[in-house]
Design a binder for this molecule. Structure first.
Ligand SMILES: Cc1cc2nc3c(=O)[nH]c(=O)nc-3n(C[C@H](O)[C@H](O)[C@H](O)COP(=O)(O)OP(=O)(O)OC[C@H]3O[C@@H](n4cnc5c(N)ncnc54)[C@H](O)[C@@H]3O)c2cc1C
Ligand SMILES: NC(=O)c1ccc[n+]([C@@H]2O[C@H](COP(=O)([O-])OP(=O)(O)OC[C@H]3O[C@@H](n4cnc5c(N)ncnc54)[C@H](O)[C@@H]3O)[C@@H](O)[C@H]2O)c1
Length: 478
């Protein structure tokens, strides 16, 4: 370590991005400190992935046990299934505190200094941290900014945290409204509609774009509509914006035409979850002290190595990772960015292939994807002058899925016709979030459908859904 600095590496923000970077930095022999203004673990551990998956796990069980028809097909009948809302909420709360503790311990055990307080850049290689004991100036050879993101609430929508709220409050499951409107049909909207309907609430999903689940591949969105929306107590409004939302009892929601902004309908519901995206938490980070300007939406500009840019040029020794870079708002993406940035700092530059990073919605059944949708792949193919092909396989043709009585589902693989290179894979069905990893690894390693078709998959497993797709892709292109 250089004696000129307090640390080799200072990380601002102890979310999954900062945590991943810190663990890897220690492995690389860097003297490391991490600053956290709030609770350790950031969004994912405290207000995101972890509590939401705990709620989805518990409510998913309720849904399954109440599905008499499904259970009967397996020869099972159960009596009246009840649940305890508070106990489900406690399951999420306890899991959060366990993982938060484990995460903090992993840092202290490895000798990472944890500094509690709000950090601002105070110049190059320097931060001023407002700690409970006063301001502390810390110098470091390299600084990684990992301040994450916060919920975005569009203008006109007023939240009170009780009747109109974001995921931050929804995850506490303080009460269950009879009728809840969910604004936004992205990941948060979909996952919460799964939780609420499983627990017996009526849901109205409001989506500004013309189609629900606009980021999904169209074939997957079609099936998602059939299995996740249509059979449930869900009404939908697409192509309209929630223009004005007033908390209270009832909550009043004005829906307006997206183009003309003319009010087309007024809803009166018991509660409203605002799930309209997230914005970077980059205010008051001292970016101006080093002459860096966040972009129009507040994201920190970075180059391909995640080095922060000032007027388009990299700022020496300053890096940014995670949600605040706007690359991909996913926990594992933030963590991967942290690890790769440490590698780059250590003189072994690495870049992320974002097309190989999978994503999943943990609904019942799950939805997952990696790489491009079919329309995106077509656009690329036209621009670069190659042809694409797609192959679809169905869970209803998979022995394990049928044994489970879970025949609803589809896997779709998009690949280059000439080389067999995989451009995207999309799955809806039981355990889709786990199944997608094979396709993600294949994209990361540049494997073709032909190579994958020779990989042996365990029988009978759900992994054979993709196996079948790879084998059929080879036949199709022969
Ligand atoms: C409801 C919900 C469910 C989600 N589910 C999933 C999922 O299943 N899978 C998935 O991959 N992703 C999921 N995500 C997204 C995931 O949580 C984020 O992508 C991830 O947390 C981003 O990590 P990060 O390290 O960039 O930032 P964060 O986790 O937001 O952490 C940033 C940390 O920095 C701290 N901080 C900010 N500014 C300062 C400062 N100036 N000084 C000191 N500390 C500061 C903050 O207090 C915070 O703790 C979910 C998100 C939500 C909201
Ligand atoms: N399982 C997961 O990986 C997971 C789970 C939850 C959240 N997340 C992350 O959190 C981030 C935020 O999730 P999200 O679902 O809030 O955002 P999102 O960007 O995925 O979806 C927001 C949706 O709200 C719609 N919308 C915006 N303003 C509107 C308005 N006024 N009226 C009607 N519709 C409106 C948008 O068209 C969009 O479809 C995502 O980027 C995601 O990466 C991930």
């Amino acid at each position: 370590m250089s004696d000129a600095f307090d640390y080799d590496l200072l990380i601002i923000g102890a979310g999954v991005g900062g945590h991943g970077a810190a663990l890897h930095a220690v492995k690389r022999g860097l003297k490391t400190a991490i600053v956290e203004a709030d609770v350790m673990g950031g969004t994912c551990v405290n207000r995101g992935c972890i509590p939401s998956k705990a709620l989805l796990a518990a409510s998913g069980r309720v849904r399954e046990l109440r599905n008499e028809h499904h259970l009967k097909s397996l020869g099972i009948s159960v009596g009246n299934v009840t649940y305890d809302r508070e106990a489900i909420a406690d399951h999420a709360k306890n899991l959060v505190s366990k993982i938060q503790g484990d995460m903090t311990n992993s840092l202290t055990r490895l000798g990472v200094d944890i500094i509690k307080g709000w950090a601002r850049l105070a110049g190059e290689q320097k931060a001023a941290i407002a700690t409970p004991d006063g301001e502390k100036i810390v110098t470091a050879k390299d600084i990684i900014l990992s301040p994450g993101s916060v919920p975005f609430v569009p203008p006109g929508i007023e939240t009170d945290g009780k009747t109109v709220f974001t995921s931050d409050e929804a995850l506490k499951l303080d009460w269950l409204p009879d009728w809840i409107a969910i604004i936004g049909s992205g990941y948060i909207g979909l996952e919460f509609s799964d939780v609420y309907t499983a627990l017996g609430c009526e849901v109205t999903i409001i989506e500004a774009l013309d189609q629900l689940m606009p980021t999904f591949d169209p074939d997957i969105a079609k099936i998602a509509q059939r299995v996740l929306i249509a059979p449930r107590d869900i009404e939908t409004r697409a192509g309209v914006i929630a223009q004005k939302v007033t908390p209270g009892s009832p909550v009043v929601i004005e829906l307006a035409n997206r183009e003309t902004r003319e009010v087309v309908e007024t809803l009166e519901v018991d509660a409203c979850l605002v799930a309209t995206g997230r914005i970077p938490a980059t205010k008051d980070l001292g970016l101006e002290k080093v002459g860096v300007e966040a972009d129009r939406r507040g994201f920190i500009p970075v180059d391909d190595h995640l080095q922060v840019l000032r007027n388009g040029e990299p700022v020496p020794h300053l890096w940014a990772i995670g949600d605040a870079t706007g690359k991909m708002m996913l926990a594992h993406a933030a963590s991967a960015q942290g690890i790769l940035t440490v590698e780059t700092i250590c003189g072994e530059p690495r870049q992320i292939n974002y097309l190989s990073i999978p994503a999943a919605a943990f609904t019942h059944p799950e939805v997952s994807f990696v790489g491009m949708t079919e329309p995106a792949a077509k656009t690329l193919a036209e621009a670069e002058g190659f042809a694409i092909d797609t192959v679809k396989t169905y869970f209803k043709g998979n022995s394990k899925a049928l044994a489970e009585g879970e025949g609803d589902g589809l896997a779709k693989v998009i690949y280059r016709k000439d080389t067999g290179e995989i451009l995207g894979a999309h799955i809806i069905g039981m355990h889709a979030a786990d199944l997608i990893q094979e396709a993600a690894n294949a994209i990361a390693n540049g494997q073709t459908v032909t190579e994958l078709s020779f990989c042996v998959h365990t029988h009978p497993t759900l992994s054979e859904v993709l196996d079948e797709a790879f084998k059929r892709a080879v036949v199709v292109s022969a």
